[in-house]
Design a protein around this ligand. Structure first.
Ligand code: X2X
Length: 347
């Protein structure tokens, strides 16, 4: 019986028609944890499918010509077979993903992980399936920190009037307006020049995920505020059309590859920013962390780093209470209540 099953599997693989290339979209460059996770996923898929599935990573938003909030549309229409997408960029089409955009909603990795791995995470994956994307694993861009070229920011008053680039998801405009800043939404591809030319004063992005690989201090971003105000998970996903075209064995191999690559990717994004768990995990894989102490490293580059205390964070949180309330309604009560319950279990 077993040999017959084996034969059928081999026959199935032989008969299945695979494309010579499957396209995977990411927003950032190959030298970021996000980009490295994408390459690892492609490599693992090739390995686990014995070369049948060949994924090519399109970095720096090449597939969507700069408009990063269109990425989910590309995925569901099958223009991109796969994407590793930021929950921010997909949130205009998947309103539930605004859960992760709520300012100061995830104070710790533990609480975030409990939500992703709990019932709330499953509800979100279910929603993605309804919308035409097959979610495979959670990755991470990281906690988003504020940088600017003008002055240290420790209080909401310090932020007043600063022109801050945000992603084109509406909640970010609401948040930064409530904080007294002057937000403007730009695609990431335009952000680097806008910073360099002083068209905007500041931006917000993860330290390990973006600030260090893109050397933002060289574009004049000399002040950094560490406030962990928003966490930015990534989702490894396939287009439903592409997913359905694969036999079960291939789906299984790709699913395994996604989980393995996502774990590696998340550890790269957290290395030096958590309690040491991620660096230890990477060491167990034989991966050397290039910058073990990211904040010390930035200080060495001449960046003035302001790490906010819980009390100082509280002043910012008070300013955005109305925004959080409004967007919780938008996201939907059931999911928010479930996320609160998942978070509570982690504490
Ligand atoms: O555009 C950004 O800031 C980035 C790279 O972090 C995202 O894609 C959300």
């Amino acid at each position: 019986m077993r040999w017959l099953l084996g034969l059928l599997v081999v026959l199935g693989w032989a008969l299945a028609q695979f494309k010579s290339e499957y396209k995977l979209s990411v927003v950032v460059a190959p030298n970021t944890p996000w980009g490295m996770g994408a390459q690892r996923f492609a490599d693992l898929v090739r390995e686990k499918t014995e070369g049948k599935i060949n994924i090519k990573v399109y970095y720096s938003g090449q597939l969507f010509a700069g408009q990063q909030t269109n990425e989910f549309q590309l995925l569901r229409s099958g223009v991109a077979d796969f994407a590793i997408g930021s929950t921010i960029n997909w949130s205009p089409q998947v309103k539930e993903l605004n859960l992760f955009n709520l300012p100061f909603f995830f104070p710790s990795y533990k609480e975030l992980d409990a939500v992703k791995e709990g019932q709330a995470g499953r509800m979100i994956f279910q929603r993605l399936r309804q919308l035409g994307a097959e979610p495979l694993a959670w990755g991470e861009n990281g906690y988003r920190q504020l940088t600017n070229s003008k002055r240290p920011v420790r209080t909401p008053e310090d932020l007043a009037g600063l022109k801050i680039r945000v992603v084109g998801a509406p909640i970010f405009i609401d948040t930064f307006r409530a904080l007294g800043a002057n937000p403007t939404s730009l695609n990431f591809s335009e952000t680097l020049t806008a910073l360099q030319q002083g068209v905007v004063d500041g931006q917000e992005n993860p330290i390990v995920g973006v600030i260090i690989p893109y050397k933002l201090w060289e574009l004049g971003q000399r002040y950094l505020t560490v406030w962990n105000y928003v966490i930015d998970p990534l989702i490894f996903a396939a287009s439903v059309q592409t997913w359905r075209s694969f036999p079960a064995e291939v789906q299984k191999a790709i699913q395994e590859a996604a989980l393995e690559a996502a774990r590696y990717q998340t550890a790269l994004a957290r290395a030096g920013m958590d309690d040491g768990t991620s660096a230890r995990y990477l060491a167990s894989l034989g991966v050397k962390v290039e910058i073990p102490e990211p904040i010390a490293y930035l200080r060495n580059q001449g960046v003035q780093v302001t790490v906010l205390s819980p009390l100082e964070i509280g002043r910012f949180r008070d300013r955005v209470a109305g925004v959080v309330q409004r967007w919780m309604n938008e996201i939907g009560g059931t999911l928010v209540v479930q996320a609160e319950a998942d978070k509570k279990r982690a504490r």
